[in-house]
Design a protein. Structure first.
Length: 257
């Protein structure tokens, strides 16, 4: 069975997005046989304290990180410090964004990343689906990806996730081609919002609160299925059978941190 570490995990510290507590995510990761787990909440390190404590209790490797969402049009990315000094720089990135706006919000700019990006590993997050390589969104993302890959050479990966859509395999092919063009590796992630499929109804409720609508009004604002949960290494290897290196790179990133 292939070893796998889940790098893209949202906890309830991403307000009205994640539907599971950090300890639930860590406990489930241990039970599923994951090699490691990260908690990457939106523009915050708030979830890592409880997650780290739970991982220490369960003797599971834990990666400190955060998801950075920008206001300047740059794509979102996961940021993993490789050492203590880089952790301090990640804290500086987040502090800069928080000081620009009111409490509870964060306005990050790509310039913050350029200033404090030393010692980080980045996993760039593409749109859920491009449709085709001719799509303007694809071309826009490609431009941004090329810039990030050049600015942080050797420290950038491209995330690929399976959402069980009709064009999943086509989407993976586009991402694989794009990663090759940018000269960066592609890495598999689960894009996790909760620890178990049974938590999906709560995630739907959180979405409705965030979008200020009822369940009957939510429509396509809700997730299409209950697949945004933690998965076993065996299941992830099956989903990425055509791209086994993308599974192996989760361990590569873990060892870099």
């Amino acid at each position: 069975m292939s070893a796998y570490a889940e790098l893209n995990v949202t906890s309830n510290f991403s307000f009205l997005l994640g539907a599971s507590h950090a300890n639930e995510l860590v406990d489930t990761a241990k039970e599923l046989g994951l090699s490691a787990i990260a908690v990457t909440d939106r523009n915050t390190l708030a979830g890592i304290v409880r997650a780290h404590a739970a991982a220490k209790r369960r003797h599971l490797r834990f990666l400190v990180g955060a998801r950075l969402d920008f206001v300047c049009g740059a794509p979102s990315l996961l940021c993993f410090p490789t050492n203590r000094a880089a952790y301090g720089r990640l804290a500086q990135i987040l502090s800069a964004g928080q000081l620009r706006t009111r409490k509870g919000e964060c306005e990050l700019r790509y310039a913050d990343l350029l200033q404090h990006g030393e010692g980080q590993v980045f996993v760039v997050l593409p749109p859920v689906e491009f449709g085709s390589a001719d799509n303007p969104a694809f071309q826009d993302f490609r431009t941004h990806l090329m810039r990030i890959a050049a600015d942080f050479s050797g420290s950038v990966y491209l995330s690929a996730s399976r959402f069980y859509g009709a064009r999943d395999l086509n989407h993976l092919h586009h991402l694989s081609t794009l990663a090759a063009q940018a000269g960066i590796p592609m890495v598999a992630t689960g894009s996790v919002l909760y620890h178990h499929p049974e938590r999906r109804p709560l995630q739907d409720v959180l979405t409705c609160i965030r979008e200020k609508c009822t369940i009957s009004e939510a429509g396509f604002k809700l997730e299409a299925n209950a697949e945004r949960h933690l998965k076993s290494p065996r299941e992830m290897a099956r989903l990425f059978a055509a791209y086994p290196d993308a599974i192996a790179r989760t361990i590569e990133i873990t060892e870099r941190c």
